[in-house]
Design a protein. Sequence first.
Length: 86
Amino acid sequence: MANHRSAEKRVRQSLKRRERNGAVRSRVRGAVKAVRTAIAAGDGDEARSRLRAAEGLLRRAASKGVLKKQTASRSVSRLSKAVSKV
């Protein structure tokens, strides 16, 4: 347990950050799943619109430090490639 005032503050901050990061990560996973579902259904227009939303979420998560930038780029690239085949 934290003994110093600054350490207690760091604990509070890290808990807040952990909750926020978990929420962001969850939204990203949901958006990516929606794209994959549209691809599996063979719905090209739906997949493209879902991809646009997912890309925004992925890039934002990367800029906030929730995901590594390369991880987000790789995910966007793979999803784009899959959508272009539909």
